[in-house]
Design a protein around this ligand. Sequence first.
Ligand code: ATP
Length: 268
Amino acid sequence: PSALREVLIEVPNVHWDDIGGLEDVKQELREAVEWPLKYPKAFKKLGITPPKGILLYGPPGTGKTLLAKAIATESQANFIAIRGPEVLSKWVGESEKRIREIFRKARQAAPSIIFIDEIDAIAPARGTSEGEKVTDRLINQLLTEMDGIQENSGVVIIAATNRPDILDPALLRPGRFDRLILVPAPDEKARLEIFKVHTRNMPLAKDVDLRELARKTEGYTGADIAALVREAALNALKRAVSSLSPEAVEEESEEFLNKLVVTRKDFE
Ligand code: ATP
């Protein structure tokens, strides 16, 4: 069923302000993807050719997927996501058909964004690996499809990787993934913004100091911060549960709900 499985078109709901930090990256994506999709006539008139393919690269958990979804949301484009490893493992023999189908759907659903996460899985440099033939064919198929996309057709391909160094150079030629954008690990200022995003709908006690948390979390990625915040919330829940009768908890009594406040200690 793999090749015939319906290509899933999503309409994501991630907005630019759901992404903490990365201000330069967001601005670059706005200009390179959002504007051309929203104002194709203006780009045509000005004679500017927007990029067809963009490669987001950087450490894991820094928001690459989030960025791709936000571009789709903010440009009101359809979103088709595939993962490199999935292409290889599940669609053996049918992968090329699958890739053709994805591009066909994307053209039909334009404006649309094809997001290829972990593209390095289908794109190890040609002639170096065991499954050489399979990846060769996949890469060729992908390149053919990308080359076939007309300028200003409303289809943009965004790929993500932590290993830009192992990609087949053919993918990076002009007209393909010719815009490379680094998505770096967050600095202290960006970490503060990420903490704000993830706690914005959370009942926080006065003693919670997000600046201090940002300072103390050197080396954390956005994904690490999201996990830390989730854990803190669970700690608050545990505290409330252990301090009340099982009945009060079971009924989600007012007393119980009132105790659900995340304190500084919950982050430790
Ligand atoms: P991978 O390379 O592992 O696929 P990625 O760079 O695509 O990672 P995401 O999947 O976008 O990372 O991020 C994972 C989760 O981490 C997000 O769903 C979000 O909760 C959180 N996150 C990461 N970066 C940010 C950010 N800049 N702002 C807010 N949340 C973030």
